[in-house]
Design a protein around this ligand. Sequence first.
Ligand SMILES: [Zn+2]
Length: 267
Amino acid sequence: MTGAPDVDPEPPYRLAEMTWPEVEAAVERSSTMLLPVGSTEQHGHHLPLGVDVYMPEAIAERVAERTGCLLAPPIWFGVSPHHTFKPGTFTVESETFQRYVRDVCVSAGEWGVESVLLLNGHYLAQDPELDIVVRELTTEHDLRAFHVPLVSVFEDAARESRESAVSFHAAEFETACMRSLFPELVRMDRAERVDPPDNALPLTDYDAYGDNRVGWALSADRMDELTPAGHIGDPTVATVETGDRLIEEAVDNVSGLVGALAGSAGE
Ligand SMILES: [Zn+2]
């Protein structure tokens, strides 16, 4: 048959690759923007510095492909004073970080973005800052904003598939996600189990899913005392299959929220 219409090319969603007229058209289709927020920090001997950005950006990319929402360039630097005892770690002050993330979102609001999801790959450590940013964006800048720590959106899969008792930093969950997403960046031959010292405070029993419901706090000094290698937990049990499950569940959950936003008033 002749005259068949050309297949429409995939609409663009990566803001950094678009022209401004393309962005102008894109915000008419979707006014929801995903902003991956991470940190550039040491992740032990077996994972690269960019883990906390690579994970949320890859998840966001899949969500954007599925839903047609916009994907912003990531925030590469976060609040990581507890990791500066190893080279390659960057950190910014809490207030600097809050203002920077807030200003990025507010500027997107000026050209049509109405909803922002902060996909946080440096979860636990910069949750307080992003909770405050979300409150400000919502109450003072008329944006719908959500703080989405990855540890929340893959919680069910993590609880069901975990093998290790401790998965605190650069351990089972992060290693599994990275094996699934970027296997070429994971040095499994250098992965080793690091248990927290017996006399250490229980943090959250060493990950967000522990039994300690009282809360957690962490200082630079204490992280240094906890682990000479830089990670805490057992990355050796991290499998590609677990990583696939975590990523799939995260993509499903975030896509669900984006879909709900698209169907609600204002979109
Ligand atoms: Zn990390």
